[in-house]
Design a protein around this ligand. Structure first.
Ligand SMILES: Cc1cc2nc3c(=O)[nH]c(=O)nc-3n(C[C@H](O)[C@H](O)[C@H](O)COP(=O)(O)OP(=O)(O)OC[C@H]3O[C@@H](n4cnc5c(N)ncnc54)[C@H](O)[C@@H]3O)c2cc1C
Length: 299
C-alpha cells in the first residue's frame, strides 16, 4: 500500500521523502519517509488515533540534540510548529509553554513577566519538547527544578498529564519519555518573583558565558557525551587527543572538546564513526565508558 493510502486525513501538512538535514543543527542525514507538520493538538491526536499502530512515529524538535543517520527515518517524523508554540505567563509566577516554543522564548517571557528561575533556558538552543525529553539544563539548573507538569499524547492519540515526579527525571533523561512512546505538547513551569531587569541581566550573563565557551555558530549537536560519574567528558576527549582532530568531515571542536562538529561536508556516518572511535579510545586509555547524550535516529 502506498503512503497516500496509509495516512489519515489531516489539517496540517504531510510531506513524503522530505530531507531532514535542514531540520537539525548537525545538518546531516537522509529523508523522513513521511514528515507531518500538524496544525494543532486535535489534528495530531486524530492523526495518531487513525494511523496504523505498526507505523513508527518519531517526534523532532529543532534538532539541536539529534543526529539523523544517512539512510533517513522510517515511518513518520512529527515536527510541531506554530500551533504548539504559545508561551503564557500564569497566576502564581508560573509559565505555560507549548512543546514547539524555543527554550529561549520561554526564558524571555518569564523575565518580562518578572518571573525568575527559568533564565537558564536562555542557554539551551532547543524546544520545550526537547527539554522535557532531555531534562535540559545548564549552569546548575535543569528542567526537573522548574517543571510542575507536562502534557503529552500517547501513540493512540490520548492526552495525558504527567507530574514532575512522573516524568522520572535524572541527568539529561526522563524515564517517562524513554520507557513509553509519548509526544509532548508542552509544560507548566514554576518560577519565583523578581525584578524583570535583574532576570534579564542574568540571562545576558548566560549568553555571554555560552558565546565565550561554546562553538554555537557551528553545525553541532551540543554536548556529545554525558559527563560520566566523577569525570568531565570534554577532559577525557581532550586527554585522548581528539580535540580538533579531523575525521572525514567531522571533528570535536577545538573550542569545546565535547562538542561534535560538522566541519562542512560530513556525513552522519563520519560523525557517528568519530564518536564511536573516541568512545573506544577513551575506554582503552582510561577505562571510562562514555555515553551518547546526542540522540541518533534513522538507519
Ligand atoms: C550549541 C548547543 C548548545 C547546547 N547546550 C545545551 C545545554 O547547555 N544544556 C542542555 O541540556 N542541552 C544543550 N544542548 C542540547 C539541546 O539543545 C537540548 O538537548 C535540547 O533540549 C534539545 O531540544 P530540541 O528541540 O532541539 O530536541 P531534538 O534534538 O529535536 O530532539 C531531542 C530528543 O527529544 C525528542 N523530542 C523532541 N521534541 C519532542 C516532543 N515534543 N515530544 C516527544 N519527544 C520529543 C526527540 O525525539 C529526540 O529524542 C545544546 C545543543 C547545542 C547545539
Amino acid at each position: 500500500m502506498s503512503w497516500k493510502d496509509r495516512l489519515p486525513a489531516v489539517e496540517g501538512r504531510l510531506v513524503l521523502d522530505e530531507p531532514l538535514a535542514p531540520f537539525t543543527w548537525l545538518r546531516v542525514g537522509g529523508p523522513a519517509e513521511v514528515l507531518f507538520l500538524p496544525k494543532d493538538e486535535d489534528d495530531l491526536s486524530r492523526f495518531l488515533a487513525g494511523l496504523d499502530p505498526g507505523v513508527p512515529v518519531t517526534p523532532l524538535g529543532v534538532g539541536s540534540n539529534t543526529l539523523v543517520r544517512d539512510g533517513g527515518v522510517e515511518g513518520v517524523v512529527v515536527r510541531l510548529g506554530r500551533g504548539f508554540a504559545a508561551v503564557t505567563a500564569r497566576e502564581g509566577r508560573r509559565v505555560q509553554a507549548g512543546a514547539a516554543a524555543l527554550d529561549a522564548q520561554v526564558a524571555k517571557a518569564a523575565a518580562d513577566a518578572g518571573i525568575a528561575g527559568l533564565e537558564f533556558y536562555t542557554g539551551v538552543p532547543g524546544t520545550i519538547g526537547g527539554a522535557l525529553v532531555m531534562n535540559a539544563g545548564c549552569y546548575g539548573s535543569e528542567t526537573k527544578d522548574v517543571l510542575v507538569e507536562a502534557y503529552a499524547l500517547t501513540r493512540a492519540g490520548e492526552r495525558i498529564v504527567l507530574s514532575n515526579a512522573e516524568m522520572g527525571f535524572s541527568y539529561r533523561r526522563s524515564a517517562a519519555a524513554a520507557d513509553r512512546w509519548l509526544i509532548f505538547l508542552g509544560g507548566l513551569f514554576q518560577g519565583r518573583p523578581d525584578d524583570p531587569a535583574a532576570v534579564h541581566a542574568r540571562m545576558a550573563e548566560i549568553t555571554a558565558r555560552r558565546e565565550a565557551s561554546q562553538p554555537i555558530r557551528e553545525k553541532t549537536g551540543g554536548s556529545t557525551f554525558k559527563n560520566p560519574e566523577g569525570h568531565s567528558a570534554w577532559k577525557l576527549v581532550d586527554a585522548a587527543g581528539w580535540r580538533g582532530k579531523p575525521f572525514g568531515g567531522a571533528m570535536f571542536s577545538p573550542q569545546h572538546a565535547n562538542f561534535l562538529i560538522n566541519t562542512g561536508a560530513a556525513t552522519a556516518a563520519d560523525l557517528e564513526g568519530l564518536v564511536e572511535a573516541v568512545r573506544k579510545d577513551v575506554r582503552e586509555k582510561f577505562g571510562v565508558e562514555l555515553q551518547w547524550e546526542v540522540k541518533r535516529i534513522g538507519r
